[in-house]
Design a binder for this molecule. Structure first.
Ligand SMILES: CC(C)(COP(=O)(O)OP(=O)(O)OC[C@H]1O[C@@H](n2cnc3c(N)ncnc32)[C@H](O)[C@@H]1OP(=O)(O)O)[C@@H](O)C(=O)NCCC(=O)NCCS
Length: 202
């Protein structure tokens, strides 16, 4: 079990609603692959996002925010704005599901494409295959339930772990924007990936 999840449950102050969500019997993932699942997001998860969005390790991976820290109100707004397109990544330990990260698919309805993002909330949970399983569940959701034709993702070139997740999940590298991401005083390329639904490849 990832250490931080246990620590954050023990030492963070939660509202009554959040405590209910942390009574993890209540977390029933909608999609699962073994011990990894996707569970519906709810407004009571704002404090989790407050922690995740303010985590420099996660912020580094995000291309769509200019600056942090985020306030609790920003986290609340983020969660409310993404209730329909973002899931909690949950991990099962002894029949209990605990949130360990999030993944979202921002859908462009007119074009039927989705833009993918994902993050694992604590470094002790990394390199256990959790993000790859979550991304594969997102792929099934995107193509089977949302009927999308393509998923896009972009990654800062220094994020080798994330590039590997996309490669393992079948994404193809289709290009790169040069020097498009500024991180820790340096400009990095942004690498562009896509996954086309089977049958769409001409
Ligand atoms: C990127 C991230 C989602 C990966 O999650 P994860 O659960 O550790 O991913 P997985 O365990 O499924 O796969 C990671 C793979 O990357 C590899 N990897 C990790 N760090 C690496 C590095 N520095 N160099 C090369 N490979 C690396 C792992 O070995 C593993 O590959 P393998 O299964 O072939 O051994 C996680 O590190 C994270 O949340 N980072 C911060 C947020 C972020 O960057 N999100 C993505 C934005 S595009």
């Amino acid at each position: 079990m990832c250490q931080h999840v246990i620590c954050s449950v023990l030492f963070t102050t939660f509202t009554e609603g959040e405590m209910k969500m942390r009574n993890n019997d209540l977390i029933k993932p909608r999609h699962t692959d073994g011990n990894v699942g996707l569970a519906a997001l709810a407004p009571c998860h704002s404090r989790l996002f407050f922690g995740w969005l303010n985590n420099p390790r996660i912020f580094r991976g995000m291309g769509d925010f200019d600056a942090y820290p985020f306030g609790i109100k920003d986290a609340e707004k983020y969660v409310l704005a993404h209730l329909k397109d973002t899931w909690l990544i949950v991990l099962k330990n002894k029949r209990v599901w605990t949130p360990v990260g999030y993944t979202g698919l921002f859908v462009r309805q007119r074009h039927r494409i989705g833009i993918l993002r994902y993050a694992i909330g604590d470094s002790t949970c990394e390199n256990k295959g959790i993000a790859t399983k979550a991304v594969n569940l997102m792929i099934q959701w995107a193509f089977d339930d949302l009927d999308l034709i393509s998923i896009h993702a972009s990654v800062i070139s220094s994020n080798l772990g994330s590039i590997r997740v996309l490669e393992k999940s079948g994404f193809s590298q289709v290009g790169r924007y040069q020097k498009a991401r500024f991180e820790s005083g340096q400009h990095y390329d942004e690498i562009l990936f896509e996954l086309l639904r089977e049958g769409m490849i001409i």
